[in-house]
Design a binder for this molecule. Structure first.
Ligand SMILES: *[C@@H]1O[C@H](CO)[C@@H](O)[C@H](O)[C@H]1NC(C)=O
Length: 263
């Protein structure tokens, strides 16, 4: 009841300027200090609740923030304007027919780079303590790869499975192609879904316009795929990845989580 009267009081006080309802509350001076006290109490509760909510929201945001990677401590991620060189009839090395040179170009993007994350950063990177670590004798630390390189690896894997590249890779039996066809298929499905999720995750809302091309005597419209994009400086990230590429040995350690089947 005390709370209710204090809440009620908020309204008449505000209305006091424009009406004579002030008197309805003024005479009861005896109750005033008690009502102010509960008002303070309510305001304090509101303030604390607001504070806790804000903290909660910040923490929630943080847990979905890809930018919590400790790699941020080592490189300043800068953005730059990149004109996508991805015209329909373009011919970048990444889209040419399967060959040693094309394979190397993809590898050179940094697909196989891996890093060691200090064990004290477990929470920060969203890992759990039972995940795979480097052999203790070699200094420990979580074995990790930057998502971007796994995603590029996935794109490369899908590229290898394209109908015009398939025979080359299937016969060479390198990488994923060394596995059974059923496992290769699982890899392809995994990569397809992963890239779908990533594209939805970053949800690029930049716009693609159309341009006229008069190559045949009759102008036709085609999409202009060479728009400008604000991009993270991939070259800087790639350089960091190669400079900090660590390979090593792993072992099951005391306290590690070990699942009993494939997820
Ligand atoms: C397209 O090309 C044809 C043949 O060169 C030319 O006659 C025509 O004027 C061109 N149309 C436009 C809109 O440029």
């Amino acid at each position: 009841m005390e709370n209710l009267s204090a809440t009620e009081r908020l309204l008449p006080d505000n209305e006091a300027q424009s009406s004579d309802s002030t008197n309805a509350f003024q005479p009861n001076l005896y109750h005033k200090p008690r009502q102010s006290l509960s008002l303070y109490l309510i305001l304090s509760v509101l303030f604390v609740s607001l504070l806790l909510n804000t903290l909660f929201i910040l923490c929630t945001l943080r847990s979905y923030d890809i930018d919590r990677s400790p790699i941020l401590d080592s490189i300043r991620i800068s953005y730059k304007t990149v004109v996508f060189d991805a015209t329909l009839f373009g011919n970048s090395i990444y889209r040419q027919d399967a060959s040693e040179e094309v394979h190397n170009a993809w590898q050179d993007l940094g697909l196989l780079t891996t890093h060691i994350i200090p064990e004290e950063d477990v929470k920060r990177v969203g890992f759990s303590t039972g995940m795979v670590k480097r052999r203790a004798a070699d200094g420990g630390g979580f074995v990790a790869q930057m998502e971007v390189f796994h995603q590029l690896h996935c794109l490369d894997t899908l590229r290898q499975g394209l109908y015009y590249n398939y025979n080359y890779y299937h016969e060479n039996r390198q990488g994923v192609w060394g596995r059974s066809d059923a496992v290769v298929r699982k890899h392809m499905g995994h990569c397809l879904d992963l890239l779908r999720l990533q594209l939805q995750c970053t949800a690029d809302i930049g716009l693609i316009g159309l341009m006229w091309v008069n190559a045949t005597g009759t102008p036709v419209e085609i999409a202009k795929f060479t728009g400008e994009h604000q991009c993270r400086d991939f070259d800087a990230i790639r350089e960091w990845a190669f400079a900090n590429d660590v390979k090593g040995y792993i072992e099951v350690r005391e306290g590690d989580e070990v699942a009993d089947k494939f997820p």
